[in-house]
Every structure is written in C-alpha cells, then in structure tokens.
Design a protein around this ligand. Structure first.
Ligand SMILES: NC(=O)c1ccc[n+]([C@@H]2O[C@H](COP(=O)([O-])OP(=O)(O)OC[C@H]3O[C@@H](n4cnc5c(N)ncnc54)[C@H](O)[C@@H]3O)[C@@H](O)[C@H]2O)c1
Length: 271
C-alpha cells in the first residue's frame, strides 16, 4: 500500500530537520509521512521501538538516503533520555516531530469495552498512546528554540463509538485533548501542535483490532469519496501541517478519511 504512490518532490521541507517516531514496516503511517517529508527535502532522524524492528526499518531508512536511527521505547524514561540526547548531540536543534505510536492489548480490542478493559490494559494504552505524546512534545520543544511543528495520529474512534476500538477510542480522545493543551502551551514559542485523524488503513496496528478489515470496508463504503484512505493523503496533510504551508494552524484535528467522519447515516436504498 505504502509503495504504490510517488511522493511529490520539492523544497517545502528544505533546511528542516526532525524526528519521525513509529516506523515498524513499509505499511506504517509514519513511513508514508517520512517518504513525503524526505521528498520535500527534510532531514529525518528515525526512532524505532527496539532491536527486533531494526532489521526491518533500516533498509527503508537507507532507501531514502537517511542513516540516523535511534532506538526509543516510549515507556522507558532512560531510553527516551538517550534518544533525545543523541538527537541533540547530532543536530543541536530540530524543526519538527512526528509521533505515530499507539498500543493496546488484543484482549482489549474486541467485544465489550466495559467488560474487557482492565486497569493494567487501560494504564498501558494511555501510557504508550497518550502520555508518550506529552513526553515527546516536552522533549522536542526543548530543542526547538526557533519554533517548529509537531503532529500525532488519531482516529474517529475518539469522537464516536467504533466496534472493538474500545480503550483505544478512550486513549485517542485523550490524545486529541492533549494535542489542544500542548498547542496552547507551546504556541507562544512558535511551535504548532496538530493531529491527523486518518481513516482505517491496513497496518500492523489495524491487524490488532478484532474486525479491523471490516473497519476498512465500512470506512470505504460509507465515505463521501467511496474510497479507502490513501497514504498519499495522510502524508500530504502531514507535509502541510509540518511545513510553512501550515502557518497559523494549531490545536487542530485534521481528518483525512475520505469524508467518513461527516456521515451520520450511510446511503439508503431507494424506497
Ligand atoms: N492504521 C490505521 O487504520 C490508523 C488510523 C488512524 C490512526 N492510526 C494511528 O496511527 C499511528 C501509527 O499506527 P500505524 O497504523 O501506522 O501502525 P504501526 O503498527 O505501523 O505503527 C505503530 C507504531 O507504534 C510503535 N510503538 C508501539 N509501542 C511502542 C513503544 N512502547 N515505544 C515505541 N514505539 C512503540 C510500533 O513500534 C509501531 O512503529 C498510531 O497512533 C495509530 O493509532 C492508525
């Protein structure tokens, strides 16, 4: 999916350096965004979750002519300290951050939210999917003396109920609120914080949700455009929000879902 489009090339990110967090494989949303930013001249440091992912991520990173790869587990303060120290040592300052990270256990992503959400599962989903963005926003802002831009990834399950999305919907609602508060705190430093709400896309994360494939089908069939959410649209929105095209945009949750989010009732059969 990620490779059936060619990101438009240009200079919109020329001279800008930043961090992309959350590439696991070639289908990751973070990878589509990274390809687009690189095609527009950005220099990117990639963080990845741990050694087991390095083998898969390295060839991707090298394929776009980059080589900065740093392990970072968002649940581990020492790992986060080391990652941001490494970036500071290398570049001194950055211009952008992409946070494309979430996790909830398979047991939580099925059936009843009320019945299946454990205290530990809730804590883990909120820690990895929400607190990590707050933590990254703080760390990144400390190395953005000239201002900058940050984005995170969310989904309609924050705003409306979606089968099986459960605790992740609760976490995404918190992530969207965190986006607005971070935008408020960092705005005076010239740092714009926004979120992209993408439609369902075929990635590792989607595979963890019971009925995830049907979410894609419904997203397509009910959407205004009658099509799947495309990586090029998500990556294009990221380019807009992270480049100077996005001037004056802050605290926004921008939907890239073929219009699915505005549908209240799907098309009806003729009476
Ligand atoms: N796929 C979709 O349909 C969809 C739709 C809307 C929003 N999103 C969001 O997009 C983002 C990226 O997901 P994706 O669909 O590209 O799937 P993905 O599985 O490719 O990416 C998720 C990433 O989170 C990382 N991660 C998980 N736990 C981590 C930890 N402890 N430390 C560091 N990294 C950790 C994984 O390594 C992986 O790179 C997530 O926030 C997801 O909720 C996905």
């Amino acid at each position: 999916m990620a490779d059936d489009w060619t990101p438009p090339a240009g200079d919109l990110m020329k001279g800008k350096r930043g961090i992309v967090m959350g590439v696991a494989n070639q289908n990751s949303i973070a990878w589509g965004i990274a390809r687009q930013l690189a095609a527009q001249g950005a220099e990117i440091a990639f963080t990845y979750q741990g050694d087991s992912l390095e083998r898969r991520v390295r060839p991707l990173v090298e394929s776009i002519g980059m080589d900065t790869m740093i392990p970072a587990d968002v649940t581990d303060d020492a790992s986060m300290d080391a990652a941001f120290d490494a970036i500071k040592d290398k570049w001194g300052k950055i211009d952008f951050l992409v946070h494309s990270i979430a996790f909830a256990g398979k047991d939580e992503l099925q059936g009843s939210m009320v019945a299946n959400t454990t205290r530990e599962g809730f804590r883990r989903a909120m820690d990895i999917s929400v607190y990590s963005f707050i933590d990254c926003a703080r760390r990144a802002s400390e190395i953005m003396p000239d201002g900058g831009a940050m984005i995170c990834m969310t989904y309609l399950g924050a705003e409306r109920t979606v089968p099986s999305y459960n605790v992740m919907g609760v976490a995404k609602a918190a992530l969207e609120a965190a986006t607005r508060y971070a935008a408020r705190d960092l705005g005076p430093q010239g740092i714009r914080v926004n979120a992209i709400s993408a439609g369902a896309m075929r990635t590792l994360s989607l595979a963890g949700i019971r009925g995830g494939k049907s979410l894609m089908g419904t997203g397509r069939d009910w959407s205004l455009l009658k099509e799947d959410t495309r990586m090029e649209g998500v990556a294009g929105a990221a380019l807009y929000l992270l480049s100077d095209l996005g001037h004056s945009v802050a605290g926004e949750v921008h939907h890239v879902d073929a219009g699915f989010h505005v549908v209240g009732v799907p098309d009806l059969p003729e009476d």
